[in-house]
Design a protein around this ligand. Structure first.
Ligand code: ACO
Length: 326
């Protein structure tokens, strides 16, 4: 059976950067509070009208260039996002058009911060079953335009950006060894934007109100996240027939430096194996893992033969992990 190997990675960050000092000037917060609680120092912000497809498109192009794959060779584009440009059409279709992938199918995946791992698991299944040979998975989030900058508990946490990978069918030992996905919808209210969907559309009455903002129970999420990072990671390693000692590089979802630190500690993974870019980019939701992976690859932290563990946790609740032989 053929494996799905990541043959190219790409990333994109919008130009505007807001440091914690900038946030201090517009809300009652401090650089010290944000750094101590989250590890975040700055975040990139989309321009007005810059949607997730505007970030996913250059990230996908970058990944294709690194893979040496022409857009016409792509069989499928999966865009993982919680902030699609529109309710429909899918953001994946917008990216498909702009990169010129005229032979590709395209659809979106929404599993919040676990979106990219879900997209990767889908791409892996398509390639291993022989349905497709070349799949692009994009994580793209333009989310700060929708943040309420008066809600300091959530506004300080998020940033915009995109990451992408090209997966190709290949014989041999390299590629995705296993994936694991979990969910628990009973925890849906821990992180939710209640209005804007079919159940509670935005109306004249609720527009601009709290229902249209992110509602987050931060402390409960924190507790669940550390335990579920561990569960997802150990299950994916078990499925790959590997153990934690085999992991060379750990690329976790960048939600919070303290969550990552606690999860790495539970897993017994030393700091030098853990990839963290949250200080520079904050929580970019579905984009966080592919962006961190791209930076780790570009920076030479991931080399051929390495065992790479990806792990995520997010709204839904959703969690997941993937083990890759690079
Ligand atoms: N600046 C200054 N003070 C703040 C801010 C802020 N930005 N936000 C909240 N505070 C205040 C609160 O009002 C509270 O004040 P009080 O004690 O006078 O009432 C105090 O700080 C402590 O607030 P807590 O919410 O208890 O702070 P906590 O230590 O739990 O940290 C945090 C909050 C950082 C959100 C933490 O709970 C967390 O990281 N949770 C995980 C949530 C997360 O990562 N969400 C992202 C999406 S989910 C995901 O990606 C996995």
């Amino acid at each position: 059976m053929q494996r799905a190997r990541i043959t190219g990675t790409g990333g994109f960050l919008p130009e505007t950067v807001w440091t914690n000092a900038k946030l201090e000037s517009i809300m009652d917060t401090s650089d010290e509070w944000i750094r101590k609680r989250t590890g975040i120092g700055q975040r990139h912000l989309a321009a007005a009208g810059e949607g997730s497809s505007d970030m996913g498109t250059p990230a996908a192009r970058d990944a294709l260039a690194h893979a040496g794959v022409a857009p016409e060779e792509v069989d499928l584009i999966i865009c993982c996002t919680t902030m699609p440009d529109y309710l429909f059409p899918a953001t994946a279709c917008l990216i498909q058009d702009r990169i010129g992938a005229r032979n590709a199918g395209a659809f979106d995946v929404n599993a919040a911060c676990s979106g990219f791992v879900c997209g990767l698991a889908s791409a892996n299944a398509y390639i291993r079953s022989g349905v497709y040979r070349t799949v692009v998975v994009v994580g793209a989030e333009s989310q700060t335009n929708r943040l309420n900058w008066e809600k300091r508990d959530t506004a300080v946490l998020f940033g915009d950006g995109a990451g992408a990978v090209v997966l190709q069918a290949e014989d041999g030992d390299r590629g995705i060894l296993s994936t694991f996905l979990g969910s628990d919808g009973s925890g849906g209210d821990l992180l939710i934007i209640p209005a804007g969907g079919s159940k509670a559309p935005v109306t004249k009455e609720n527009a601009g109100g709290p229902e249209c903002d992110i509602q987050m129970k931060g402390a409960e999420l924190f507790k669940q996240a550390t335990a579920l990072f561990e569960e997802a990671s150990t299950k994916a390693l078990e499925l790959a027939g590997l153990s934690l000692e085999d992991v060379d590089v750990f690329v976790p979802h960048q939600a919070n430096a303290r969550i990552i630190g606690a999860a790495a500690k539970r897993l017994g993974l030393p700091d030098e194996k853990v990839v963290m870019n949250i200080e520079r980019v904050a929580n970019t939701t579905s984009a966080s893992i592919p962006l961190a992976l791209h930076e780790a690859v570009a920076g030479g932290r991931v080399t051929e033969g390495d065992t790479v563990l990806l792990a995520s946790f997010g709204a839904g609740l959703t969690w997941g992990a993937a083990v890759i032989r690079w």
